[in-house]
Design a protein around this ligand. Structure first.
Ligand SMILES: NC(=O)c1ccc[n+]([C@@H]2O[C@H](COP(=O)([O-])OP(=O)(O)OC[C@H]3O[C@@H](n4cnc5c(N)ncnc54)[C@H](OP(=O)(O)O)[C@@H]3O)[C@@H](O)[C@H]2O)c1
Length: 230
């Protein structure tokens, strides 16, 4: 049975990826903090024939992350999806140190730690998918904290891609544009949700990259609404 771990699987893009990848002979570890929401995804994943397991974890805590990883056992892991993320959106001089550090902890340090702990147990043919953003390539006003995180994850991803290539582990980067998820609830402003992409589009992109033969690496996929960045 293939074993996949998806962070931020309780809603939004992570949930869509979990549902897209749910299939018989796959075990899906669903990581997040919101147990109730994870139970709903568990039910949907199970109905699709996969074997889900919920791992409640606050990924901003390195100790909680390590404890979560230790429950996985020693079996190989075939896929790590670093998806969990948060956005602090405000002018750079209003961002507090705490907000800055919290964003880095979830968006950058957690993928670093998960990669460091899990890549050694990934066989040739396994994949790491990093959910970045168009904000990993372009700075947007008011998005300095978010862009700093995504640019950092971009650099990390490119480097580990080169380091893991010889091991046969593929590092796939996906760059969604604005997507209609709960992440926008906490962001001030009038954001046109109706013009945003559905999270399922990013899940389709991830599934496509994973569906290629193990000898083929789809390095980067940028996907967004035809209306451009909102
Ligand atoms: N939506 C967009 O427009 C967009 C565009 C480009 C890229 N992205 C990226 O896509 C990824 C998913 O975003 P989304 O739009 O789906 O956001 P979302 O709907 O807000 O979901 C965020 C996910 O991250 C998890 N999460 C948040 N804090 C966590 C923590 N401390 N520990 C563990 N899990 C945590 C949440 O789970 P719990 O609440 O259960 O903890 C949730 O499952 C992020 O990396 C985001 O930057 C989003």
């Amino acid at each position: 049975m293939q074993r996949y771990l998806i962070t931020g699987a309780s809603r939004g893009i992570g949930r869509a990826i979990a549902l897209k990848l749910a299939a018989p002979d796959r075990k899906l570890f669903l990581v997040g903090r919101d147990q109730e929401a994870l139970v709903e995804v568990f039910t949907e994943v199970e109905a699709a024939g996969a074997t889900p397991e919920i791992l409640v974890c606050d990924l901003t805590s390195p100790q909680a992350l390590e404890d979560m990883v230790s429950t996985l056992g020693d079996e190989p892991l075939d896929l790590l999806v670093n998806n969990a993320g948060t956005a602090t959106v405000k002018p750079y001089d209003d961002v507090t140190l705490e907000e800055w550090q919290d964003a880095l902890a979830l968006n950058v340090t957690a993928p670093f730690l998960l990669t460091q702990k899990l890549a050694p147990r990934m066989p040739a043919g396994a994949s790491i998918v990093n959910i970045l953003s168009v904000a990993a390539k372009t700075g947007f006003p008011g998005w300095s904290s978010y862009c700093a995180c995504k640019f950092a994850l971009e650099g990390f991803s490119q480097s580990i891609r080169a380091e893991l290539r010889d091991k046969g582990v593929r590092v796939i980067n996906v760059y969604p544009a604005a997507t209609a998820t709960d992440i926008w609830d906490e962001i001030d402003g009038d954001w046109p949700r109706d013009k945003m992409m559905a999270p399922e589009e990013t899940a389709e992109a991830v599934a496509y990259a994973l569906s290629r033969p193990a000898s083929v690496l789809v390095e980067d996929i940028t996907v967004g609404g035809l209306g451009g960045n909102l």
